[in-house]
Write a protein that binds this ligand. Sequence first.
Ligand code: J2J
Length: 541
Amino acid sequence: MLSRCPSWPNEYADRYRKEGCWQGETFGDMLRTRASKHGDRIAITSGESCWSYGELDTKADRLAAGLSKLGIKPMDRVIVQLPNISEFFEVCFALFRLGALPVFALPLHRSSEITYFSEFTEAVAYIIPDTYSGFDYRELARQAQNKVPTLRNVIVVGDPQEFTALGDLHTEPTILPEVNASDVAFLQLSGGSTGLPKLIPRTHDDYIYSLRVSADICKLDESSVYLAVLPVAHNYPLSSPGVLGTLYAGGRVVLAPRSSPDDAFPLIARERVTITGLVPPLALIWLEAASSRHYDLSSLQVLQVGGAKFSEEVARRVRSTLGCTLQQVFGMAEGLVNYTRLDDPEETLVNTQGRPMSPYDEIRVVDEDDQEVEQGQTGHLLTRGPYTIRGYYKAEEHNAKAFTLDGFYRTGDLVRLTASGYLVVEGRAKDQINRGGDKVAAEEIENHLLAHPAVHDVAVVSMPDEFLGERTCAFVILHERPATAGELKAFLRERGLAAYKIPDRVEFIDSFPQTGVGKVSKKALRESIAQKLSSVANAGF
Ligand code: J2J
């Protein structure tokens, strides 16, 4: 058992087992069963290479043995920062079999994030590609190892330099300690709204349940081909139904190295892809490209769009342009995932963000005092259920605020429930910027900016953006000493912050507008930048 991970009270755990949600299956079992059933079928296609279920199973066993020999033990934390490559899967399943816990970092994370995850989880190993997208991850590993003494092993896919090559770890499978389905399987990252990102403990039982239901709703079977366009470590392409849901159903995962239409469309045509998942800005790019490119996209049955609000106007173009069904997905790494169903009427598909996937998901839409609002009114979304966590890892103080006493997770989303039980996302109460699906916690960026000697105070807010939906604007009050926007952005980059977290715009200001109780009014700041942008846009035409 991993300590400091809140879990479901016994009465709920018993219920979820009795109702058949949690079936006691581990990820190790899941792959073993698929390998014995579909041994020779292709599980993963990446470029010219294809791995069958049997091969993946064997690789996972051999790697698990190698990792164990290296001294990695059950419940040890291992930072996994891999892009969309086949090795992601052998690493995950090897760690799952070993009972060690992947901590899923995104390829765009840099030293600030990686050092923090390593320190906070006391990780013993870090698994990276040699280089990817022009960036050398071994340099990142050196920085992290310098700062975090627990980080004993760096394992590299490709040229390891002074580190260990993943390929050299494979060894004869050994008998490994038993893994419990009710144990934590990995730590997922929260989109976050606080100074430091929170870590989400997901169990084999709860996550596999979410895969089973997702695969069922998306009608996945052995003939399904899922194209992974978004980074697979993110919860959405990982599990909704994503790559793991596809493997659950015995289908085939095709890994896209990049997300552009020029990379993805030929893959769809060649591999006869049936389903893929995008964020709204990418969906827009694909729709615009579809008319000018002449690839055969006729195999595509479902285009999922989620991670941020998809505009109705663009949503309407999906069927007419791509000839497939749109599925809106409103989910969160903490658990709850809502889907529109494939046979929903077009109006539901384009106007709502779906409904909870499980009949055991409990939803409450409440006002500021936690009282339920009338159906159809906008309120805060709270949720509890068989795959929604009861608390973050090592975050007791935050958990007391982020969860109600009776275990509902406060999503921070403002939603409205339709008469037929579908959710419409109307906004957000959490202090976060949703940059086209990439989540930026305002406080995290504010803390970094406050470390700059010229900065007296700062407030980071969202500003409207036609393409990404939102971008980030930092309002800064300077000390006497001057500084430019460029200087502040460079400062954040030097601190090793992921590029998508660097503010898109910096506005210098003398004082902040205040709320009635004397707090900084972020609402007034959002309005002021939105107004400024719209007057600039109007002046241009
Ligand atoms: C509006 N906001 C949305 C949507 C997520 C499936 C799909 C997405 C995620 C994800 C995920 C939205 N419309 N369709 O994990 O399994 C915003 C909400 C939500 C937050 C969660 C999955 N879909 N959002 O995006 O943990 O604010 O997960 O609370 O990254 O994204 O972000 P994240």
